[in-house]
Design a protein around this ligand. Sequence first.
Ligand SMILES: [Ca+2]
Ligand SMILES: [Ca+2]
Length: 253
Amino acid sequence: MLRKCILYVAGTAVIAFALGAAACNKSSDERKPRPATRRPAPRTAPARRVIELVELDIGIGTDTVTRATPGIPKGLKPPHLRAEGKRAAFMVVPGMKNLAIYKTVTAGEEPTVGDVDQITDGIKKSGKFDYVEFSQPGWVQIDLGGPQTIHAVVIWHFYKNATIYNDVIVRLADDAAFTKNVRTLFNNDHDNSSAMGEGGDKAFYTRWWGEIVDARGENHAGTPARYVRIYTGEGWEGEPPRFVEVSVYGKEK
Ligand SMILES: [Ca+2]
Ligand SMILES: [Ca+2]
């Protein structure tokens, strides 16, 4: 079941937001009672703005993804590998849509398996013909068709065999050549082997539930951009880069 919560943004916006967001991202059994503290009441209560939040629905029902979960290969221990665990609910403002569906996809090179259009065709299964493969590290890029405000990018690399891909970097830009207003949302290239800067994000196993990259921004205002580019290196065991689907969530303009 999708969850909802209310976030208050007030005169003490940063503190209020941080506490609110943390509460939203914790499951109920993780919440711990806080010791009561006495604080002097402010003389004038700041005006409050209410932001309603709902859990982002990324479309991972049994009819849309292949939920058979393969085992995790043993002995793979990248130094920056994230421990697997239940993902916290990803809370967003209501009204999110997949802005990437059926949008134009380009890539740094021609795929060796499949067609780049499959990356935004909405099919997230792990079947024999449901992925796009490249022969070497590179990128795929989605043109949202015009300026949009993005709240999340969700990536399904090939997940039939749980794979750890190197150097996953997600960037946004205002132009197709990625020269204007380039921003990095995610970078797990911990050793800068792709020469785009050392990234502090964790490596992860590809799974049917996809990888959510946060673009919500301050006070859930989202991040404006038209183009989304996703770099991906080889897998930790030398697997070629393979994409199943990319969704980009925002409110359609
Ligand atoms: Ca697809
Ligand atoms: Ca690297």
